[in-house]
Design a protein around this ligand. Structure first.
Ligand SMILES: NC(=O)c1ccc[n+]([C@@H]2O[C@H](COP(=O)([O-])OP(=O)(O)OC[C@H]3O[C@@H](n4cnc5c(N)ncnc54)[C@H](OP(=O)(O)O)[C@@H]3O)[C@@H](O)[C@H]2O)c1
Length: 320
């Protein structure tokens, strides 16, 4: 099979295109012919070593493919030949993957492979952020950083469908235009963003700030939150947030959380529930997908380079 392998951590050049034998399935796993794999920011953390993994490994934590073979007992509804997606296990940057049966999600008719992939990690993340990390209510003001990114565009649309008000941040005019086209009420640059939020909210601040950028936005994000509001740090696109002094939360009695997806898809029932809610939102027009880039699998390093250089919008896909 063809695969991308990481034998040592580092920059995008560490993604090597290799030929490998087809992996052997373990008990209760399936062999899946991968059609498309999603590129996510977390893949860059695995590659750089920010989130350490055993080396060597094939990156990629989501994709869509066809089940070729099933070992052990398949959960009801799964069979050979079925089109499925998955999220969580690594090994997606390859044309064949072995995956735990419990993680396989049947993809409904009417959603193509690339769109389905976009709805997995990023769509399910948008769902848990707006439904659980902070329970969004109609009229709530939410700040969505990196609003033109993969998570950002889906989260903005989903919040709007729940009746929220969104201020999106993004680095360029073109990206801010995209945020507005996807439903943001206001799209602003990063410089001095907490002042814009204060002005927009007549001094009150936001009910919730969704911050996937981390290091460079943390302090201003904190300054945007209204009393008893929430700051949800869900990623580190600019680097990890340094240790903080908890007294910084006292001024506004802020709820600070640092959620990660695996705890919000903690069993098969929860995984399928969230994925199906997201597919429904997509089919109802509340989570339209923007495919921002398609790359042949052998060009995975270019996809990482583009993602980290902030030149991309929406979802990046690797085609097998
Ligand atoms: N915790 C979870 O469960 C979870 C799940 C999924 C994703 N995430 C996190 O969510 C964030 C977004 O992920 P994504 O895959 O959708 O990526 P993305 O938003 O498509 O790309 C990252 C964006 O972050 C912005 N950014 C700001 N500072 C940056 C910097 N120094 N370097 C690179 N980008 C920077 C850029 O947008 P601008 O140019 O507009 O600033 C860039 O396009 C990531 O931090 C990711 O780790 C977390």
């Amino acid at each position: 099979m063809k695969a991308i392998e990481i034998a040592e951590t580092g920059g995008p050049e560490k993604l090597k295109y290799v030929e490998r034998p087809i992996p052997v399935m373990g008990e209760n796993e399936s062999l899946v012919d991968v059609l498309v794999a999603g590129v996510n920011f977390v893949d860059t953390y695995h590659r750089s070593g920010l989130y350490p993994r055993m080396l060597p490994f094939t990156p990629g934590v989501e994709g869509v493919g066809i089940i070729r073979e099933i070992s052990g007992t398949a959960p009801s509804g799964l069979s050979v030949g079925m089109r499925v997606g998955w999220v969580a296990s690594t090994g997606g940057y390859a044309d064949v993957a072995t995956l735990p049966n419990q993680e396989l999600i049947p993809i409904p008719e009417g959603i193509d492979d690339a769109h389905a992939t976009a709805l997995l990690l990023q769509g399910v993340t948008a769902h848990y952020l707006a439904v659980d990390s902070y329970k969004l209510k109609p009229g709530d003001l939410a700040i969505v950083h990196a609003g033109a990114g993969g998570v950002g565009l889906l989260l903005t649309q989903f919040i709007k469908s729940l009746g929220g008000v969104v201020i999106a941040t993004a680095s360029t005019d073109a990206k801010r235009k995209l945020c507005l086209e996807n439903g943001a009420d206001l799209a602003i640059e990063y410089s001095g963003f907490h002042e814009h939020v204060k002005d927009f909210s007549h001094g009150d601040g936001a009910h919730v700030v969704y911050d996937g950028i981390g290091k460079t936005t943390f302090d201003e994000s904190l300054a945007c939150v209204r009393p008893r509001g929430s700051l949800v740090i869900y990623g580190y696109a600019s680097g990890p947030v340094p240790p903080i002094d908890l007294t910084k939360l006292t001024a506004n009695s802020i709820f600070l959380s640092r959620p990660t997806l695996k705890h919000f898809i903690s069993n098969r029932e929860e995984l399928l529930w969230r994925a199906n809610e997201v597919f429904k939102a997509h089919l109802n027009g509340h989570m339209n997908v923007r495919i921002g880039g398609r790359y042949a699998i052998k060009n995975a390093s270019q996809a990482h380079q583009d993602l980290e250089a902030r030149t991309t919008t929406g979802k990046l896909i690797l085609e097998m």
